[in-house]
Design a protein around this ligand. Structure first.
Ligand SMILES: NC(=O)c1ccc[n+]([C@@H]2O[C@H](COP(=O)([O-])OP(=O)(O)OC[C@H]3O[C@@H](n4cnc5c(N)ncnc54)[C@H](OP(=O)(O)O)[C@@H]3O)[C@@H](O)[C@H]2O)c1
Length: 231
């Protein structure tokens, strides 16, 4: 018997791969969002998606809709640290926004959505102009999308925007019992984190998995690491 169906983006390597493998080993049916279908971890199903490409995201959503998929968990994990700001905001912010929006009708009642964030996204560490826009009580997903089109900053700023996105989707999905949180894995030894990082991939994945395993009525709209609020 499957526990549920989960879609994990960036499942080819690093934290996403570990999250996908852990869920599959617990009996979840795991859809691995990957750019190269050969890179999906064994025991999971490859779903090709390029998170920087709106056409690719729409195509994935259409395929899942046609198959009548219902998602019990969505882990927006794919991310980039380096490169042009435009690319960082496309993958780290617009990708999760477009994918979560496109998959909203497929999310099961009481589903869990995790946005994989970073402690570098802490609001207090961002420039005042960005803090003002992200903490505006009138902020909407449309406004956040507009902000992301400007790509105002680098990695940390993109994760601050992702945290705000988790809060906005949490509000939108609350009537359906869907819990949406931004979760930091800590500094982890992956291609992104480098070999000198203090945490193993398993530790990073455990922090993220906490958001998938939340009990009904658990926290929503927050930013967490290892189950503790961090922002
Ligand atoms: N490692 C850390 O210390 C750390 C700390 C805080 C937060 N995080 C966050 O944790 C998440 C995973 O990081 P990681 O350390 O596991 O990174 P990683 O080892 O560099 O892996 C990145 C993953 O994202 C995927 N990806 C990148 N661009 C993509 C695109 N355009 N479309 C689809 N997938 C794409 C990669 O797929 P390909 O194999 O196809 O490139 C890969 O699966 C990221 O959101 C990152 O910001 C990491």
């Amino acid at each position: 018997m499957t526990v549920g169906t989960a879609l994990v983006t960036g499942a080819s390597r690093g934290i996403g791969r570990q999250v996908a493998l852990a869920l599959a080993s617990e009996g979840w049916r795991v859809l691995s969002g990957v750019r190269d279908p050969e890179s999906a971890p064994s025991g999971t199903q490859a779903e090709v998606v390029d998170m920087a490409d709106p056409v690719s995201i729409a195509a994935l959503a259409r395929r899942l809709r046609v198959r009548n998929e219902r998602l019990d968990a969505l882990v927006n994990n794919a991310g980039v640290y380096d490169g042009p700001a435009r690319r960082i905001w496309d993958v780290n912010v617009l990708g999760p926004l477009r994918l979560t929006r496109a998959l909203a009708p497929l999310l099961a009642r009481n589903a869990r959505v995790v946005m994989v964030t970073s402690s570098l996204g802490q609001l207090s560490a961002q420039p005042a102009s960005l803090v003002k826009r992200l903490s505006n009580p009138q902020l909407s997903l449309t406004e956040l999308e507009r902000l992301a089109e400007e790509a105002p900053g680098g990695y940390g700023a993109s994760k601050a925007a992702l945290n705000a996105m988790a809060r906005l989707f949490a509000k939108e999905f609350k009537p359906r019992g869907i819990l949406v949180n931004a979760i930091s894995p800590g500094w982890v030894r992956t291609d992104m984190g480098g070999p000198g990082a203090p945490r193993s991939v398993e530790q990073g994945a455990a922090s993220v998995l906490w958001g998938v395993r939340l009990p009904p009525g658990g926290p929503t709209g927050g930013v967490f690491e290892d189950g503790k609020a961090i922002d």
